[in-house]
Design a protein around this ligand. Structure first.
Ligand code: G3H
Ligand code: 13P
Ligand code: ZN
Length: 315
């Protein structure tokens, strides 16, 4: 059942964080639904601009509609990840998305407010909720690349002003995470001090953590042992998710870790089966491994076991 992201946030706030998982194809979608049902978790499916154009946005949307039919017990929201204005308006008009993210964080402050406000007005007119971003994460996104030195943590006073002036429904904050598999050159540190100051100024308001893959070292080692070359890859400590949830983080974005599962499964499969060429054989292993991965993530997020509580709220 597709529900509004707002309801999921109301259920989770202060208790646990929802996993927001990016998908690009049918195999990821199958593993995603299976893993969330095995762990009895509500969740958010994220579609990036790149995913929408990988094949065709209609293909991907219909894969999700299909999964909704195959897994009628699942409760989830559908979210546009890192949208620009054009993508946001397209998703708002489609009627399929529960929420959109307008990412104007690379623009200067007043311009970010102006763009975000326009999207909020258009989305709210159709009952769709909006995630905005303030501050700059390090790493590479589709349309922006930010070095570690240039990443800017969210200013708590600005966060309050930004939310009041834009009317956005949730805010992605920069508190030390970054996108991709190479998050930290030194040791990792989430800035809970900054997060706590933001929560004090915006009590009850849903916050979002992007760039939250853990980049498990075991996964990286297996990929490299099977011919990969991911040197120095590092991620966020997943044992910190629950602490972040207590401080108002209700949505945690995870994409890279899922890509690592895909890479490990396929590299190992073809190394062990040099004669192989049946895409279904590694595909089946991937779906099962992806489901296992989602289940484990949800345990860290605290969303495991919350499905029936959410069902009461939405039905
Ligand atoms: O933050 C970006 C997400 O990981 C999506 O990546 O734009 O390559 O689909 P993508
Ligand atoms: P990761 O690259 O850490 O998985 O972050 C994904 C993300 O923030 C999607 O918006
Ligand atoms: Zn992101």
């Amino acid at each position: 059942m597709i529900v509004t992201t707002k309801k999921l946030f109301e259920a989770a706030y202060g208790k646990y964080a929802l996993g927001a998982y990016n998908i690009n194809n049918m195999e990821q979608t199958m593993g995603l639904f299976q893993g969330n049902l095995e762990s009895q978790a509500p969740f958010i499916i994220q579609i990036s601009k790149g995913a929408r154009s990988y094949t065709n946005k209609i293909m991907l949307e219909n894969v999700i509609r299909g999964a909704d039919e195959v897994f009628p017990e699942a409760i989830f929201a559908v979210h546009l990840d890192h949208g620009d204005e054009e993508a946001c308006y397209d998703c708002i008009a489609s009627g399929f998305y529960s929420s959109v993210m307008i990412d104007a964080s690379h623009l200067e402050y007043e311009k970010n407010i102006e763009v975000t406000k326009r999207v909020v007005e258009a989305a709210h007119a159709r009952g769709i909720v909006v995630e905005a971003e303030l501050g700059q994460l390090g790493g590479v996104e589709e349309h922006v690349s930010v070095s570690e030195e240039n990443a800017k943590l969210t200013n708590p006073d600005q966060a309050k002003d930004f939310v009041e002036r834009t009317g956005c429904d949730s805010l992605a904050v920069a508190i030390g995470t970054s996108h991709g598999a190479f998050k930290f050159s030194g040791s990792q540190s989430l800035h809970f001090d900054v997060l706590s100051e933001i929560q004090k100024r915006l009590p009850g308001f849903p916050l979002v953590m992007h760039g939250s893959s853990s980049v498990p070292q075991e996964e990286v080692e297996r990929i490299n042992a099977a011919g990969g070359k991911l040197l120095g890859a590092k991620g966020v400590d997943a044992t910190q998710f629950k602490q972040a949830a207590k401080l108002g983080v209700t949505k945690i974005n995870i994409d890279t870790d899922g890509r690592l599962v895909w890479t490990r499964v396929h590299r190992e499969y073809f190394l062990e089966h040099p004669e192989g060429f049946d895409l279904r054989a590694p595909g089946k292993i991937f779906m099962a491994e992806y489901a296992k991965f989602i289940h484990q993530k949800n345990d860290f997020l605290g969303s495991s076991g919350q499905l029936e509580e959410v069902r009461k709220l939405v039905s």
